[in-house]
Design a protein around this ligand. Structure first.
Ligand SMILES: NC(=O)c1ccc[n+]([C@@H]2O[C@H](COP(=O)([O-])OP(=O)(O)OC[C@H]3O[C@@H](n4cnc5c(N)ncnc54)[C@H](OP(=O)(O)O)[C@@H]3O)[C@@H](O)[C@H]2O)c1
Length: 250
């Protein structure tokens, strides 16, 4: 059965791969983007199947988050699956090691990171869950977290903290939304070869995993599709490591 799937941050990278994987199994996708409209158009055009829609909006803005959820609900005829993928990720521009950043930049980067990575996902989860509860149908929320929540992000502490909080948000919602038939899970990918990080991949990064390589967006997407399946309902509350045994949690 075709489901409505809202994938945030699907203009490229992991979001694009997730959108493609759901579309390949016959789902209708709301391809969300922040400011890369042309790239998001490319994602949309390349999707197999039909009934897909394109939705832009800055997730740092709570009102925009509500509009994104409403537009996806209307455009898809109901959102059954939400994938919280969009994030302010690690990059030279967002680096903020304590010893090397001004107090003003420290605050600016923390605020932006938390606004998008945590509050954006929390607001969308609220809006989508309320639509599901209102329609009286089951649903799935899958968060794209990060290995960095467990391993630490010394140059991007706001990012690591926001992903730890996202995992925790998912676990709280897994409990509160289960009575409504909504499962909530997270994946915690390690280094994954997306456009954003392509130039940074070197032998040291590959050597983090005993497989001698980094992950692929398609590997993350396959796990997300599984966690959003009816068969994975019992995984609700889980945080699934996808890091090629590069970091083992005890
Ligand atoms: N790649 C990795 O190694 C890795 C590892 C662990 C976890 N992850 C996680 O996987 C997810 C995707 O990573 P990626 O490498 O594919 O990143 P990416 O290429 O930088 O994609 C990030 C996406 O988020 C969107 N976005 C960013 N800020 C936004 C905002 N304020 N409002 C709306 N959308 C916004 C971007 O939209 P626009 O481009 O249209 O602005 C883009 O589509 C992220 O949650 C990241 O933390 C990635």
């Amino acid at each position: 059965m075709s489901r409505g799937v809202l994938v945030t941050g699907a203009s490229r990278g992991i979001g694009r791969a997730v959108a493609t994987a759901f579309a390949a199994r016959g789902d209708r996708i709301a391809v969300h983007y922040g400011h890369r409209a042309a790239d998001a158009e490319e994602t949309l055009k390349a999707l197999p199947g039909e009934g897909h829609v394109l939705i832009g909006g800055d997730l740092a803005d709570p009102e925009a988050a509500r509009k994104i959820a409403d537009a996806a609900e209307a455009g898809l005829g109901g959102v059954d699956v939400l994938v919280n993928n969009a994030a302010v990720a690690t990059s030279p521009e967002t680096a903020h090691p304590v010893a090397g950043v001004s107090y003003a930049d420290w605050q600016r980067i923390w605020r932006r990171t938390v606004d998008v990575n945590l509050l954006g996902a929390a607001n969308l989860s609220y809006c989508v869950a309320r639509h599901l509860i209102g329609r009286g149908v089951p649903g799935r929320i899958v968060n794209i977290g990060s290995r960095g929540a467990f391993k630490g992000e010394p140059d991007h502490p706001a990012y690591g903290a926001s992903k730890a909080a996202l995992h925790a948000l998912g676990q709280s919602l897994a409990v509160s939304l289960a009575p409504h038939g909504i499962s909530v899970t997270s994946v915690a990918p390690g280094f994954t070869a997306t456009e954003r990080v392509a130039a940074r991949i070197d032998d040291d990064l590959r050597a983090q995993s005993p497989f001698g390589r980094v992950g692929t967006p398609e590997e993350v997407a396959a796990a997300v599709v599984y966690l959003a399946s009816a068969e994975a309902t019992w995984a609700s509350g889980a945080i699934l490591d996808l890091n090629g045994a590069s970091h083992l949690r005890m």
